[in-house]
Write a protein that binds this ligand. Structure first.
Ligand code: IVH
Length: 671
């Protein structure tokens, strides 16, 4: 390679890897596999060695990686959180073993641990209590996510009496079990939200949420694998694992002591096959020298310890033929392409279909052609993914796959909003899968939970022209005789169904709002909207700015809500539902604190609170005569601060000498 070519290549790889690092750490949405990332990093590292004059001092090969999100307070790590060197084959591991033996001789043991595929977390305990939980960030400083980590049941908030030091740090991996991932991701799809690609992204997206109540709803778990203390308490890593287990921490049971590299290789071999039976994802094995003084002797490189290494499993990959691309239309009108494949065995299951995500995946990234031979991988993801096309096997006359331009269900031309990846069928009033999907969503367990009515019945009632809109359900009783004549349902099931529909009129407003199926309005958002706006009339009249002022409502959600209520058909439907007796006003909560104790006082609420939502605290202030201001100024009397409050707000309040109080102090002012 000429120096000029090398310079260009180094620059291109540096930019590409930076983007991938950002996608991984900041967006928590990686677009390439870890394996491909590491290969590119190796390629860059080799080029930089050969042409050091072109290496960027901030090259991705020189930094641990990562970035720090804005919303959380940044905390410096007492001990830097380093990463591990990666190996992908036996030979690289044998080389590692030789380097270790050269440095410390033959008399040592390894601890082999599973490499959990989640996000690393550093927990600080002071006097037996969880004081702080911090993400890895860039390795030297990370985000203080204590409020969110407190919702993880397997992390002890307070330790039972024991022989642990007053201050220690313990590190581990936060992750989501596969079952929980599948369940919650399905909910996201049902709500018209973008699903997470894998449990790791779901876990890291969850830990960075501002709303701890939502974090608590998403079950996370954590395995601990590293103890850090001022004074060395144990001789070996193994002993420390045993001890922390006794102190109450969740330590994985599959770790093993290995006396030589051959038993390490056996351990790896075993888990390469058995990993698919675990209830969580692992992406490799971590190998650590057991004895702490030997670890010290080996020391560290700039980025990672010389006493440990990780072996990364290759994602299982198979080749198969693309039979056809088909398209599904969801209840929100979003069109999802699906690759139908010639059945092939992959990681223990027969794969017939793979996700294609969106049009760009077909026409830009993969440039799929009819009957292409494709490589399919099942890494952390549950649903297999097409990684690439085997171009050597493409027939010369194969035609490129063109993304459909019209809805496969109703023939309406598809639309795409600028900046969004998905195409939509805008015919929400006339497109059968959308109409049926919306009604099925409405009657579903999480929405109106209507007894005696299921998805298949909805489909039949639609096909027989009994229902087309949700509101038609509430006049179905007028057609009970026709229903009986249909011969599809017995009298008892018709009565059950009509009873269930009648009872659903008592379901609270938040369930009705969620049931309407407005894009991006999931269960939690519906609750927040009801708490803030109280009535459908207020909500329908709200501008984008007013919507954004509500807790947890961002621009995308606000836009979707105003668009929904701007539509005449939707307005008419709401009027019908109101007239037919559904709840469109928040249930009155008993006001226990009402007084005028806060009269003349103004407040701003900021941050996250363990016991109350911000809206609840606002209500409380207003019910007691206080006023809520929208920005910090000299007029403000109190700033009620929770966890993770923005540093700018804090600084401004301090500058203006405004008293900063906790939620408990606020309650004390009232009681
Ligand atoms: S030890 C100094 N043990 O892998 C090394 N890490 O690639 C400290 N990981 O940042 C890490 N399982 O997030 C260690 N059993 C395990 C692990 C593990 C997963 C993650 C961790 C770390 C990354 C390094």
């Amino acid at each position: 390679m000429s120096p000029n070519e090398a310079k260009d290549k180094i620059q291109a790889l540096t930019a590409e890897l930076r983007q991938h690092t950002y996608n991984y750490y900041v967006l928590a949405m990686p677009t390439i596999s870890d394996y491909d990332f590491d290969k590119k990093l190796e390629q860059l590292s080799a080029l930089e060695k050969q042409f050091p004059e072109f290496a960027d001092p901030e090259s991705p090969t020189q930094v641990v990686g990562g970035d720090i999100t804005k919303e959380f307070v940044t905390v410096k790590h007492r001990w830097p959180m380093l990463s591990l060197g990666n190996t992908y084959n036996e030979q690289e591991l044998i080389d590692f073993d030789q380097r270790v033996r050269k440095a410390i001789g033959d008399n040592f043991e390894y601890v082999c641990e599973l490499k959990f595929d989640g996000l690393s977390m550093s927990l600080t305990y002071e006097n037996g209590k969880l004081a702080r939980a911090v993400t890895r960030g860039d390795g030297t400083q990370g985000d203080d996510v204590t409020v969110n980590v407190r919702t993880i049941h397997s992390i002890p908030k307070k330790l039972a009496a024991g022989n642990y030091p007053d201050l220690f740090e313990i590190r581990g991996e936060v992750f989501m079990h596969l079952k929980a991932f599948e369940r919650l991701n399905k909910e996201r799809i049902d709500n018209g939200e973008v699903p997470y690609a894998n449990p790791r992204n779901f876990a890291s997206g969850t830990i960075k949420l501002q709303d701890s109540a939502e974090v608590a709803r998403r079950p996370l778990d954590c395995f601990l694998y590293g103890l850090y203390t001022e004074k060395t308490l144990f001789k070996t890593h193994w002993e420390s694992l045993e001890a922390v287990k006794n102190w109450g921490f969740h330590v994985n049971d599959h770790s093993r002591l290995c006396s030589n590299i051959n038993s390490v290789l056996e351990f790896i071999d075993y888990w390469d096959k058995e990993r698919f039976d675990l209830s969580y994802d692992i992406d490799g094995i971590v190998i650590k020298v057991n004895n702490y003084s030997q670890q010290q002797e080996l020391g560290f490189t700039a980025k990672s310890p010389r006493w440990a290494i990780s072996y990364k499993f290759k994602a299982e990959r198979v080749e198969t033929e693309l039979l056809q691309v088909t398209y599904q239309v969801g209840r929100t009108g979003a069109v999802t392409p699906v690759a139908n494949l010639k059945p092939v065995l992959l990681a223990g299951t027969t794969v017939k279909r793979a996700t294609l995500h969106n049009a760009d995946e077909i026409t830009e990234r993969l440039k799929l052609h009819e009957h292409d031979t494709v490589f399919v991988e099942k890494g952390g993801e549950i649903i297999p993914k097409i990684i690439s096309v085997n171009l050597d096997k493409r027939k010369p006359d194969a035609k490129p796959i063109e993304y459909i331009t019209h809805c496969p269900a109703c023939g309406t031309p598809l639309l795409r909003t600028e900046g969004e990846a998905a195409w939509y069928c805008p015919n929400d009033e006339g497109c059968p899968p959308q109409i049926v999907g919306k009604m099925q969503h409405f009657i579903g367990r999480k929405a109106m939970n209507i007894d005696g009515l299921g998805d298949e019945t909805i489909e039949t009632l639609y096909r027989q022209e009994f229902i087309k809109h949700i509101s038609d359900l509430y006049i179905l009783h007028e057609r009970a005789d026709e229903l009986k004549k249909l011969g599809r349902f017995g009298e008892k099931s018709i009565n059950n169904m009509l009873d269930g529909i009648e009872k659903s009129k008592q379901m609270p407003f938040e369930k009705v709002l969620f049931g309407l199926g407005i894009r991006y309005v999931g269960e939690t958002v519906a609750k927040k909207l009801v708490a803030h706006f109280k009535t459908i009339d207020n909500l329908m009249a709200a501008t984008v700015e007013e919507l954004i002022a509500a807790e947890e409502i961002g621009g995308r959600i606000a836009q979707s809500i105003t668009e929904y209520f701007d539509d005449e058909n939707h307005k008419q439907e709401i009027e019908k539902l109101k007239a037919r007796g559904l709840q469109f006003v928040a249930e009155e909560k008993e006001v226990t604190f009402a007084s005028d104790k806060l009269s003349g006082q103004s407040f701003i609420i900021s941050g996250v609170f363990e016991k109350y939502s911000r809206d609840e605290l606002k209500d409380l202030i207003e019910q007691n005569g206080g006023k809520i201001l929208s920005s910090i100024s000299a007029k403000l009397n109190y700033l009620v601060a929770g966890d993770n409050m923005g540093p700018a707000k804090l600084e401004k309040a301090n500058k203006l000498n405004i008293p900063i109080i906790s939620d408990e102090e606020l309650l004390a002012m009232i009681s």
